[in-house]
Ligand binder design. Structure first.
Ligand SMILES: Cc1ncc(COP(=O)(O)O)c(C=O)c1O
Length: 449
């Protein structure tokens, strides 16, 4: 393989950013990946997308996948089922929040969320309540790039130029320190939206229980969750959690839902279920949702070619086995607060950094304009991009974004290491990140005069 940074004019791949040069990553082991020049990076983003929760090169998962591929790799689920799919569904139900009794497998996060939207809508139709279609969700979120999931966020910056294809769902602002520290404004906004669209037309409230890249490690205040639960009881919509990132251990629990004061009706999960070794997601639903189908049409037939295939389910089973055997979710729960504190201490006194948030191994760093300590940074400074490029130079992979034009968050960095990262490697990640931020601050001198 060529020894280079790949730019858009040197490849047949259609890259995400045409003016970025991409290192060619050729191997990985544990929390490290290596590029074609032999440069090693600490992977503080679990493969870049938070999927590789168990680190790279896990031989037992690779062996399980190889054995499964040799025995029965693939069979579709419309006329037959298979033991791995059955067992994985049973194991997920066992670790899911109370009341979740059924699982539909899919191939990834956006598919899981789309299926959740469809299940919520079909649930109401099955019950003879066909008016309900509208979804309400927090604006500052990401649920996937498909038309249905893109419509779930309220971010014009992400949705352009696809607006004409997107369903007109409604959104409320996040309850961050900047907009609504108590959660009351979000509840008032929710009430306003319910009033405007008519609660009898609302199918679901859809959200990440703890946000990933869109607003790293943010979760609304408890007051909001309790108010949301009251409104569900009053108005009869469902609550769907996008646990594509937070599911399967990322926050130190099987599902982030466990720690919130309400039980959702539907949970979509994906990344950590395959841990980067298979493309698999799942949608869990509570028994009362399933019973609407069981007592109704007894059908929900939409699905995809790879849903519940033996190969991906066998990988999912092995992933759950490794998580249990190595007590990795417990490790994330125990180490998470210390990691957040270490990161906060390493960045203390840097006026660019306003907040360091964390839940388990999902951490976020929020930047502000140091001149007043609260405004978004001027977008033309491109701080998020500087952070990521500088980190790469330091041999560290993090993920920064600048959703400033959406109006709810400015430059920010997500930090989500594999659960298997050793204590020494976590410390090294923090050190490299602090050095990155110091270098970015130096690079901004003069530009922020
Ligand atoms: C919270 C969240 N939901 C949904 C998705 C979409 O998942 P996928 O890329 O597997 O379709 C992502 C992807 O990053 C995500 O972070």
């Amino acid at each position: 393989m060529a020894d280079l940074l790949v730019a858009s004019d040197a490849t047949r791949v259609f890259p995400l950013e045409l003016d970025r040069k991409y290192p060619v990553v050729v191997r990985g082991e544990g929390a490290w990946v290596e590029d074609s020049n032999g440069k090693r990076y600490l992977d503080a983003m679990s493969g870049g997308s938070m999927a590789a929760t168990l680190g790279h090169g896990r031989r037992e998962i690779i062996a399980a996948a190889a054995a499964q591929a040799a025995g029965l790799s693939y069979v579709h689920n419309d006329r037959v089922t298979n033991p791995w799919r059955e067992q994985l569904a049973a194991e997920l139900v066992e670790v899911a929040p109370p009341g979740m009794t059924r699982v539909r497998f899919v191939t990834g996060g956006a598919e899981a969320n789309e299926t959740a939207i469809q299940i919520a809508r079909a649930y109401h139709v099955e019950r003879g309540d066909a008016r309900r279609w509208q979804v309400i969700s927090p604006a500052q979120a990401y649920h996937g790039p498909t038309m249905a999931t893109l419509a779930l966020t309220g971010r014009p910056g992400l949705q352009a130029p696809f607006g004409p294809y997107l369903a007109k769902h409604r959104h409320i602002p996040p309850s961050t320190w900047r907009f609504d520290p108590s959660g009351e404004a979000a509840l008032a906004a929710l009430d306003r939206v319910l009033e405007e669209v008519g609660p009898e037309n609302v199918s679901a409230y859809f959200c990440e229980p703890i946000t990933a890249a869109a607003l790293p490690a943010y979760t609304p205040p408890e007051r909001f969750w309790r108010g949301l639960a009251e409104r569900r009881d009053r108005h009869g919509f469902l609550i769907c959690y996008d646990e594509v990132v937070t599911g399967i251990g990322r926050t130190g629990h099987w599902f982030a839902a466990e720690k919130l004061p309400l039980v959702p009706d539907v949970i979509a999960t994906a990344k950590g279920l395959g841990a980067g070794y298979a493309a698999i997601g799942g949608v869990l639903c509570s028994d009362h949702v399933y019973q609407a189908f069981a007592h109704g049409s007894r059908r929900f037939t939409l699905g995809h070619t790879w849903d519940g295939a033996p190969l991906s389910c066998a990988v999912g089973l092995k992933v759950l086995e490794v998580l249990r055997a190595e007590r990795l979710i417990e490790r994330v729960r125990e180490k998470g607060p210390g990691l957040r504190d270490e990161l906060a201490a390493a960045l203390a006194g840097v006026p660019l950094v306003r907040e360091v948030r964390g839940h388990g191994f999902l951490l976020g760093v929020e930047y502000v304009d140091p001149r007043d300590g609260k405004s978004f940074l001027p977008p033309e400074l491109g701080v998020a991009r500087r952070v990521d490029l500088t980190a790469m130079q330091q041999g560290l992979i993090v993920y920064s974004t600048m959703p400033t034009r959406d109006g709810f968050a400015g430059d920010q960095t997500l930090f989500a290491p594999p659960f298997t990262t050793s204590d020494a490697e976590l410390t090294q990640m923090v050190e490299r990140f602090a050095e990155t931020i110091r270098a970015v601050v130096r690079s901004l001198e003069g530009e922020l005069a």
